[in-house]
Ligand binder design. Sequence first.
Ligand SMILES: [Zn+2]
Length: 88
Amino acid sequence: MSESTGTTSPVNDARTTPWPEGVVARYLTVAGATVDIVDKGIDERWRYDTACTGCPHKDMSVVEEYARRDAQRHASVCRALPRPAVTA
Ligand SMILES: [Zn+2]
């Protein structure tokens, strides 16, 4: 039996792709991009960086709860498509 499909869904990619190092939370946007929260550690002035993979949206907070709130808010409204995967 052959199970070959020629299509992949960006939503599935976002859910199955391993998270980049330092990412502590990831929110899926309505368009299939993600808003990632990166713990910058105690050495950084800002502890949590929020970054959307579909658009230039970025934010930062010293409080994880605020970072999560921003990520949730942005993920619920952002309609920018995720950038295609880049091979380094
Ligand atoms: Zn965005």
